[in-house]
Structure formats: structure tokens, C-alpha cells
Design a protein around this ligand. Structure first.
Ligand SMILES: Cc1ncc(COP(=O)(O)O)c(C=O)c1O
Length: 363
């Protein structure tokens, strides 16, 4: 079978080297004669795995020592509710910045749990010269006391990324589900970072939480024990049985990242991949991007065919050429190519080659 390049937005492709290693040791992990799926999470072998995973993630992201790293259940949406339940007790209020559909969904969850009167939101995306652009107001001018400000630096559906840090008088919470580990970030600028694993880390269901120690002093709402950050910290993310196989694969992805040069190398590669694809979109009249250049996502490149009647033909021919999962999210249509860390440059080259040929054949 010739190479398949999988551009799915998530669950997304994982590094082939990791998948091959997992396949090889599926039935006999660590020389134990059984699978990592079949071993107690409290065994010394599994604990060693979790310690190595955390150490690797700390090194990759340069996480300061006053931050806890948690491996939790519930993916990205699980954290939409966890941040509210953990921090908005005693009528606390939060500010949500909205730059696309996931940050909007986070607002809806917050309103449901904390009540609308405790949740303020600001829409960041403005249409400037016909393109979607993020405009962040000066938060220091807002005369209100919030427990935190929440935003999503990479909107997976809309293809919008915010590259600058948010200048905020309140702790910043970021949903980095679709851009964690894709570029260097300064963790010390955040009160909490979370990410569903299924894009740059591993299988779905798992979520990574990086939380500053002092955040845990904020009062919580009544909540389920398994989503309580304090209990997760006290129990080394093992208050209940964790998703062990997902944790194992995440550990393998972190080790792979270290081997291939860490986040700095990934960032270089991700810049190059996105540049090649956006150049193709801009050069050919056949394709158009609706996002302002400064907010074009490196991870999720959204674009339209100028003649949408050709959409299904484009997708069918791409699929036949081994370029799969390019259909845009059902809420926005068009195309989306997700270029997470595991996508090699060769995948983008193949896509660009296909797009040029498709445009020439259908001009
Ligand atoms: C930015 C972002 N946040 C949250 C989610 C929701 O994640 P989950 O489906 O794991 O709940 C997604 C899913 O794609 C996402 O892209």
C-alpha cells in the first residue's frame, strides 16, 4: 500500500515510530509477558512509566517546579467543566475570550455550571478586509475581579491561532488541545493549561493539565471527585484508575519528541509545513483562506475552493491519492488540513502537489 497521509483534526495521526513500537510490544510490555493494558496502574513498572512521562513533558515544555502536571480523564470538554467547578466556588466570576467554536462551547459549559451572571465573554474575531482577525481588547482596563480569563489559542474548527500571550491582570487559562507542544510557550504566563490528548499527544479521552500551585487555593463548586484538581494532585493523577493505555502512548510520544529534537525542532518544522500550504493557497486563485495572515493556524489550515461545487470531487480525488480526512468541520464547510507534529513535511508536499494538479485539471 502506498503512503497514506492522514490530515484528520482529531483523533489525529500519531508518529509512525510510536505506533510501530506500541505494536511490537503490545503483548509483551517491558519484558513482563503481558500488555501494558493488563498491568496495575500501581505496579512499580507503570509508576516508572508515569514518572518518566512527566519528566519528559516537563523537559519538553520547560514547566517550572511550582506547576503540577496531571493526567486526567474526559478529554478537552472534561476540562471545560473542570476549570469552572474547581475555581468558581463562592460566586466567583470568570471572563471568557471567544475566538471560535471551541472557546464558545467552553462559555456555554461555564454558564451552565456557574450561572450566566458569573460568566462574562468577549468576542475577539473581527472581520477586517473580509478576513477573520483576532483583536484583543486591553484587559487591564476592565474594572472587574475575575478568578481567571479563559481562551483557546488555537481554534481547531476555524483555523484561527493566537500567537501572542494574553496580557491579563487575572490568571490565564488556556485550552491548548490543538497546539500544545507545537511551538515554544512560556508556561509561567499561565495559571493553567489543558489539552485533550488526541491531536499532539496520544489517544482521545486523556487530558493533560498543567496547573500553577496557587490556583489550587481558589474555592471550588461542588464537583465530582475524579475531576477535582486537588485530589488529582494528592493522588498523583490516580484517584481512580487512569486511562493507562492512553497514558502509555502519551509517554511514548513525549519520548519520541525528545528524540527528534524537542519542541524547538517541531516549531521549525511546523512553521515550514504551514508556510508551504498557505503559499499554495495564496498563489492559486483556485483556493482561498478566510483567516488574516497573523492569525492563520499552523496546526489546522482551513481553506475553501473558490468553486465549492468541486468540493466533493476534490475530496474524492484527494482520498484516492492517499490524502485523507481533508473535509472541513461540518459547521464551517470547505477544507481543513491538520498538520500536527506527527505530520511529516512529505505529507504537506504531497498535498500541495495534489492541489496544484487539481487546480490545473479543473481550471
Ligand atoms: C481546541 C479544542 N478544545 C476542546 C476540544 C474538545 O475535546 P474532546 O472532544 O476531547 O472533549 C477540541 C476537540 O477537537 C478542541 O479542538
Amino acid at each position: 500500500m502506498s503512503a497514506i497521509f492522514n490530515f484528520c483534526a482529531g483523533p489525529a495521526m500519531l508518529p509512525p515510530a510510536v505506533m510501530q513500537k506500541a505494536q511490537k510490544e503490545l503483548l509483551n510490555w517491558n519484558g513482563l509477558g503481558i500488555s501494558v493494558m493488563e498491568i496495575s496502574h500501581r505496579s512499580k513498572e507503570f509508576i516508572a512509566l508515569t514518572e518518566q512521562a512527566e519528566a519528559n513533558l516537563r523537559a519538553l515544555m520547560e514547566i517550572p517546579s511550582n506547576y503540577h502536571v496531571l493526567f486526567m480523564h474526559g478529554g478537552g470538554r472534561g476540562q471545560f467543566s473542570a476549570v469552572v467547578n474547581n475555581f468558581l466556588g463562592n460566586n466567583g466570576k470568570a471572563l471568557y475570550l471567544v475566538d471560535g467554536s471551541w472557546s464558545k462551547a467552553a462559555v456555554e459549559e461555564a454558564e451552565k455550571l456557574a450561572g450566566k451572571s458569573n460568566v462574562d465573554s468577549i468576542e475577539l474575531v473581527k472581520e477586517v478586509n473580509g478576513l477573520n482577525q483576532v483583536v484583543i481588547p486591553d484587559l487591564t482596563q476592565i474594572d472587574k475581579d475575575y478568578r481567571y480569563v479563559h481562551y483557546c489559542p488555537n481554534e481547531t474548527v476555524d483555523g484561527i491561532e493566537i500567537f501572542d500571550n494574553i496580557n491579563s491582570p487575572w490568571p490565564v487559562i488556556a485550552d491548548m488541545s490543538s497546539n500544545i507542544l507545537s511551538r515554544k510557550i512560556d508556561v509561567s504566563q499561565f495559571g493553567l493549561i489543558y489539552a485533550g490528548a488526541q491531536k499532539n499527544i496520544g489517544p482521545s479521552g486523556l487530558s493533560i493539565v498543567i496547573v500553577r500551585d496557587d490556583m489550587l487555593a481558589l474555592p471550588s463548586l461542588p464537583q465530582s471527585s475524579i475531576m477535582d484538581y486537588r485530589l488529582a494532585v494528592e493522588n498523583d493523577s490516580m484517584y481512580n484508575t487512569p486511562p493507562t493505555f492512553a497514558w502509555y502512548l502519551a509517554a511514548e510520544v513525549f519520548a519520541w519528541l525528545e528524540q527528534v529534537g524537542g519542541v524547538a525542532e517541531m516549531e521549525k518544522l511546523n512553521i515550514e509545513k504551514a508556510k508551504r500550504l498557505y503559499e499554495c493557497i495564496d498563489e492559486l486563485d483556485f483556493y482561498v483562506s478566510g483567516v488574516a495572515k497573523e492569525n492563520r493556524s499552523r496546526m489546522n489550515v482551513t481553506f475553501q475552493l473558490t468553486n465549492p461545487q468541486l468540493d466533493s470531487q476534490f475530496l474524492a480525488e484527494a482520498q484516492a491519492a492517499g490524502l485523507v480526512a481533508l473535509k472541513g468541520h461540518r459547521s464551517v464547510g470547505g477544507m481543513r488540513a491538520s498538520l500536527y507534529n506527527a505530520m511529516p513535511l512529505a505529507g504537506v508536499e504531497a498535498l500541495v502537489g495534489f492541489m496544484k494538479t487539481f487546480a490545473a485539471n479543473n481550471a
